[in-house]
Design a protein around this ligand. Structure first.
Ligand code: 13P
Length: 247
């Protein structure tokens, strides 16, 4: 049973077979059995992750999924297809999906339900833009995004949810949210979940997490792990974050 905080790498649109092989081999070789790590890779490399990580405790998953089970949806990948060969988790509602591909709260909620129904863990992202933060709307935006999911999904899905707070302005900017901001939002999300009767949910922070700030961020109350973008592409960095996550 893993005791460390949950560290998930989101590779986004990066990698190739050769690079991935080296990165996955390094993670497999150097992670510890009680680390709780996962990598979310582009669809074509899921099978590579599955094979390379066999015999390790590192999970692997997708960065998106179709809200539909099957049908005439060219280019889509269903949750059942992912589950078919052992995929463990899928990110849904990443801010890049919301802003670049028009995913709204209702779509994100349907995707979370699809992922959980297939037996996987939905990692649902929430977070405000810089403009929303500056307008003082952080609490409103983040609670609206979570409420849409809680209103739609089944009781069983609620038990499987992982929530990632990713302030949009902190993603890829090199500037993580302050410890105070993270603490405030995570406490609010925890309260909202508990009010909905959902306890024990893992709350991840994402946005410019790297080896140098992981210890401080992971030490904040109600931070149960991290969703890591850029730093997950560097095995050394990712392993250093994993080390900071050991409790
Ligand atoms: P960075 O760690 O590169 O800021 O990305 C965060 C992210 O979007 C993870 O999903």
């Amino acid at each position: 049973m893993a005791t460390a905080k949950y560290i998930v790498g989101n590779w986004k649109l990066h990698g190739n077979a050769q690079e991935n092989a080296a990165r996955l081999a390094a993670l497999k070789e150097r992670c510890r059995p009680d680390d709780a790590l996962a990598v979310c890779v582009p669809f074509p490399y899921l099978a590579q992750a599955q094979q390379a990580l066999q015999g390790s405790t590192i999970g692997w998953g997708a960065q998106n999924v179709s809200e539909h089970a099957k049908g005439a949806f060219t280019g889509e990948v269903s949750a059942a297809m992912l589950a078919d060969f052992g995929c463990g988790c899928a990110i849904v509602g990443h801010s890049e999906r919301r802003s670049l591909y028009g995913e709204d709260d209702a779509t994100v909620a349907r995707k979370a339900q699809a992922v959980a129904e297939a037996g996987m863990t939905p990692i649902v992202c929430v977070g405000e833009t810089l403009a929303e933060r500056e307008r003082g709307e952080t609490a409103q935006v983040v609670t609206r995004q979570l409420a849409a999911v809680l209103a739609h999904v089944s009781a069983e899905t609620k038990r499987r949810l992982v929530i990632a707070y990713e302030p949009v302005w902190a993603i890829g900017s090199g500037r993580a949210a302050s410890e105070e901001d993270v603490h405030e939002v995570h406490a609010m999300l925890r309260g909202q979940l508990e009010q909905a009767g959902v306890t024990g949910t893992r709350l991840l922070y994402g946005g410019s997490v790297k080896a140098s700030n992981a210890g401080a961020l992971l030490n904040i109350a109600d931070v149960d792990g991290a969703l890591v973008g850029g730093a997950s592409l560097d095995a050394e960095e990712f392993l250093a974050i994993a080390q900071a996550a050991r409790v």
